[in-house]
Ligand binder design. Structure first.
Ligand code: PHE
Length: 347
């Protein structure tokens, strides 16, 4: 084997041994680079006599072509190997089972609130939401429930050991009634000077909090406040609205509504609202579903409205109660345990 054949063999074996494109380029430099072995041979030609230069030169060029051929072949082989590796890494097994998409759904209480919102919206009620951390003034004082009055303990309130910027104590609202005040005050300010004052017709759903926990009480539950104020809004209207709600919500005509005298500082007179179905699994039992009453003049005053001109009613619906009655749930705590076996029944 002459020196050129050896050189070709050396290049071929070096190229074959290069495992990556980068190492292949290093190997190439050793043979074809500026200081590579082929280049050295070509440089050495200058020292030879003319005839020898011609034949030797031609031989070296032949060898160079062979080496370049080997280099390109190896380059192609490495590129193909790389491509195959990539394809394999990205290979899809189309026979594998697909990933399941978790089917989300609304909580039964959310569904209930949405249904009730739609029913009231159809009767011209606005829907408003407000803060769950309230001031003492909004939760009680503005609702005709003065500081240190025993009626405050009707609700076992969670107090927050903190005051707002105006120095008012904060609490977790024990009912949605502060939303009567927030909404009506904005309404009064917005319509100041407008005659006649447009009616207030709003419901305010949301979470409320009390220190209370058993099968029918949870420290967090949901109410839907309602307020309808106008020049001549009466208990008769409340009964009509409430009966419409029950009819639409429970999809039945077979029920009675009863007002049972009660006490709330912010309404006078006040009543609990009970309903009784004539058929179905709950037939015959009076079920308490809301508190209500004619809005107290002091409260109307705190709205920034004139109690001589504005009269009407307010109510607070137990939204969880409505959900339990509709779906036949007998333990309130099930609703807030977050157990998917329970919740997925309402999907
Ligand atoms: N806020 C009362 C409660 O939580 C319910 C109520 C609302 C009563 C509006 C009268 C008027 O028990």
């Amino acid at each position: 084997m002459n020196d050129l054949a050896q050189l070709i063999a050396a290049a071929e074996s070096d190229f074959a041994a290069a495992p990556t494109p980068a190492e292949l380029e290093n190997a190439k430099a050793r043979f074809l680079g500026k200081a590579g072995r082929v280049t050295e041979l070509l440089k050495a030609l200058g020292a030879l006599p003319l005839e020898e230069k011609k034949t030797r030169g031609a031989e070296i060029n032949q060898a160079k072509l062979r080496i370049e051929g080997a280099l390109n072949a190896r380059r192609d082989a490495l590129a193909e190997a790389e491509l195959n590796k990539q394809l394999q890494a990205e290979a899809l097994d189309v026979t594998l089972p697909g990933r399941q998409r978790g089917g989300g759904s609304l909580h039964p209480v959310s569904r209930t609130i949405e249904r009730i919102e739609a029913i009231f919206a159809s009767m011209g009620f606005d829907v408003a939401e407000g803060p769950e951390i309230e001031t003492d003034w909004m939760s009680f004082t503005a609702l005709n429930n003065p500081e240190n009055h025993p009626a405050r303990s009707m609700q076992d309130t969670f107090y927050v050991d903190m005051k707002d910027e105006q120095g008012r104590w904060l609490n977790l609202r024990p009912h949605t009634s502060p939303m009567q005040v927030r909404y009506a005050r904005i309404h009064a300010a917005r319509n100041a000077g407008v005659k006649p004052m447009p009616e207030v017709r709003v419901i305010a759903p949301g979470r409320v909090f009390r220190v209370d926990s058993d099968a029918t009480h949870s420290p967090m539950f949901h109410q839907i406040e309602g307020l309808w104020l106008g020049e001549n809004v009466s208990f008769k209207d409340l009964k009509v609205v409430f009966a419409a709600l029950v009819r639409e919500f429970f999809e039945t005509d077979d029920f009675d509504v009863r007002f049972r005298p009660s006490f709330f500082p912010f309404t006078e007179p006040s009543a609990e609202i009970d309903i009784r179905f004539g058929s179905g699994p709950l037939a015959g039992k009076w079920l308490e579903v809301a508190g209500s009453g004619q809005v107290h003049p002091n409260v109307v005053r705190n709205f920034g409205l004139d109690p001589e001109a504005q009269i009407g009613f307010a109510f607070g619906i137990g939204a969880d109660r409505f959900a339990m009655l509709r779906y036949g749930i007998d333990d309130l705590r099930l609703m807030f345990d977050g157990d998917l076996r329970f919740l997925s029944q309402f999907a």
